[in-house]
Design a protein around this ligand. Structure first.
Ligand code: TPP
Length: 654
């Protein structure tokens, strides 16, 4: 029998420090060092055992990969599929148990795998990992209930064009339409409208072929979710001879790396339009991030002095702190006379962007079908984003645009004054009420991450919530590729935020892609009290894998839409919660740290403590920021809640 570990210390901090001193930073090694005797949270009652990481976790994380082989017993269908996932560098898989044969095979093949508490949150975590790296990731759950729990976050990933592999199943084709045993679900119709490609596999010998379909779709053109469901007959089929598999050839043969090049006369036309314009603005969409085109982007706009604003679910592929960035100068947007959309996967309609209705438009996109949708074009070009930017770098002349850059700088100053004015007012409200106004939270986080001792390019942030999302969006910055994720991007889901940032944190912990220079750094999430309900339990997942997340909860005791109930006498109870809930204490119960703050000073100190615990010891913290629901209302606390200009920082629709 296992020895029961009890903790007789009442001093939680000193116990944690002892534990942390024994802990190495890297994932497997850290958890191996932690081992079965690790105490993460010390209860005061000697009879109650401490929360701890069981030895099975580090032991299984440190196991060497063991891919299947055609020798002997042969490979299962799941192992064949896992082999393809590994050869395609599937960056990570997030799952809850279910679809057992498939998840075990993928983990055994050596794909980094994570197990969490809800399938929906695991789907968001996989999305978050992809949003900060551009890599394809997977999520998985059991056929009926696990899969349907993911739906909101599959739809959010579709809106964000995430290369997300949705895997689910367990049941057998033999049980189709019979309600045999439990859980059978018609999966593919359920993801209609939320995927780029999907298939229920029915022929075991086509498992490799459909794996190829999946990665061809995720890695070509505009990415998007792919949904494969794996009945038992496919997952558990056995193959001892690769010749029995249909289309069993390598990725070099089942997809290609050829990308569309713009015609020279199209480049010449673009150069002419850009050179003639007085105030051009380049909208660098998700395709610029996916195409890793950030260096050539900077080269082009510096050479020719264009304004740039990033759009999409990932931010930072052009730095917000660059003098040519229009992300924090919304007043300049209206005077732009030429918009150059590059890699804008999800197009707004005119009026949704704060541009002059007469603005001329060039749009560069890797597939022709979307050109001209929603937004009228003066020039549409089918091209790979990076290849087009390279052509511009070679063909655009050097140009100075002193009037335009001066206007950008003046607009930036005006915006800065505006948000500082909101902060001053928020500070007054905070002092008057002894509750934290959202403008104060935004400014405190900003100063802490970008104005103090921390490298302003280091910390990945993710943002959700309604009132808090709008306020904090004005203060968060993305100064390098993959530094910021917009959790609510386009789909507007409340709640995936923390799970998404934990996924992003896993990518930072492993130093994947643009996260490599910041490997192991803490990540920070700002979410709401309504939002935390959807992801809260994943603090346990963060603790289990030692992914250090600092999670601020804007606790205004309500769904921020409560003003909708004001004129409906029997409604308010549906919009408000119990007041002063202790999300921080719940976090402690899940193996994270908790902080409860009501003043700017308390928040500042909590941020410092939390970052230190995260950076040094891999611990996560939930900072419960106590607010008042009335801060949302312009009548009670002007200016109340308002959405931000798009495109720019704080934009989330496009
Ligand atoms: C899953 C989900 N449910 C409901 C909504 C509709 N909705 C949009 S914003 C909002 C209020 C959210 O309140 P909260 O997240 O607490 O934000 P706060 O204003 O307090 O920052 C609601 C209900 C939504 N977008 N997503």
């Amino acid at each position: 029998m296992k020895k029961r570990t009890t903790d007789i210390s009442n001093n939680v901090d000193s116990t944690r420090r002892k534990f942390l001193l024994n802990t190495a930073p890297a994932v497997g090694a850290a958890l191996a060092a932690a081992g079965a005797e690790t105490k993460i949270f010390a209860g005061s009652d000697a009879e109650i055992p401490s929360i701890r990481i069981p030895k099975e976790i580090p032991a299984s994380l440190n196991e060497a990969p063991k891919p299947g082989s055609f020798e002997g017993q042969g490979m299962t269908g799941a192992e064949v599929f896992a082999k393809l996932c590994k050869e395609e560098d599937l960056a990570a898989m997030f799952c809850c148990p279910g679809n057992y044969t498939v998840i075990n095979a993928i983990a055994a093949a050596g794909v980094p795998a994570y197990g969490g508490r809800t399938e929906g949150a695991m789907c968001a975590a996989a999305d978050g990992f992809s949003r900060v790296t551009g890599e394809a990731t997977a999520c998985s759950g059991t056929e009926g209930p696990g899969f349907t729990h993911m739906i909101m976050n599959i739809a959010a990933a579709a809106a964000a064009r995430t290369p997300l592999l949705v895997l689910a199943s367990n049941m057998q084709i033999a049980g189709d339409d019979r309600e045999a045993f439990i859980q059978t679900a018609y999966q593919q119709p359920t993801t209609t409208g939320m995927k780029k490609f999907g298939k229920r596999l029915i022929a075991p010998d086509r498992v490799w072929e459909y794996g190829a379909y999946a990665f061809r779709n995720m890695k070509s053109g505009v990415p998007g979710p792919v949904h494969l469901d794996f009945p038992g007959e496919v997952a558990r089929a056995r193959f001892t001879d690769p010749a029995k598999l249909k289309d069993y050839y390598t990725k070099e043969k089942y997809r290609c790396e050829s990308h569309p090049h713009p015609a020279p006369k199209e480049v010449a036309k673009a150069v002419e339009l850009i050179t003639k314009a007085e105030r051009p603005i380049l909208i660098a969409g998700h395709g610029v991030f996916h195409g890793k085109a950030w260096d050539v982007l900077k080269q082009v706009v510096e050479k020719h002095e264009m304004a740039v604003v990033t759009s999409g679910p990932s931010r930072g592929h052009f730095p917000d702190d660059h003098r040519l960035s229009a992300a924090v100068s919304p007043d300049a947007l209206m005077s732009a006379d030429l918009a150059i959309f590059i890699g804008q996967y999800c197009m707004p309609s005119p009026g949704e962007y704060r541009f002059n209705p007469d603005i001329k438009t060039i749009r560069v996109h890797p597939v022709p079908e979307d050109l001209g949708r929603n937004w009228p074009l003066d020039l549409g070009i089918v091209a790979d984003e990076k290849i087009f930017l390279e052509a511009l770098a070679n063909n655009l002349p050097n140009k100075k645009r002193d009037a335009w850059t001066a206007e950008l700088a003046a607009a930036r100053k005006k915006y800065d004054d505006l948000i500082h004015g909101q902060y001053d007012l928020g500070l007054k409200y905070s002092r008057d009420t002894n509750h934290l106004h959202p403008a104060v939270i935004g400014k405190e986080v900003h100063d802490f991450l970008y104005k103090g001792d921390i490298d302003p390019k280091q910390t990945v942030t993710g943002l959700g919530g309604w009132t808090i999302g709008n306020y904090t969006g004005r203060w968060l910055r993305a100064n390098r590729p993959g530094q910021g994720i917009v959790c609510a991007y386009q789909y507007g889901a409340i709640g995936p935020d923390l799970a998404m940032v934990i996924g992003a944190g896993a990518a930072v912990q492993r130093g994947v892609g643009p996260q490599a220079p910041y490997k192991g750094a803490p990540v920070l999430c700002v979410t709401s009290d309504a939002g935390i309900a959807y992801s809260m339990f994943e603090l346990e997942t963060a603790a289990k894998y030692k992914i250090p997340v600092i999670n601020l909860v804007y606790n205004n005791n309500s769904w921020g839409m409560w003003p909708n109930a004001v004129t409906s006498a029997r409604s308010m109870h549906m919009y408000v919660f119990q007041e002063n809930l202790r999300y921080d204490k719940m976090a402690e119960g899940l193996g994270a740290r908790g902080e409860y703050v009501r003043t700017p000073e308390e928040l500042r100190e909590a941020l410092k403590r939390s970052y230190q615990a995260a950076a040094k010891d891999g611990l996560s913290t939930l900072i419960n920021c106590q607010a008042l629901k009335e801060f949302t209302s312009a009548k009670d606390y002007p200016p109340g809640n308002a959405m931000n200009a798009e495109p720019g920082c704080g934009a989330f629709a496009h």
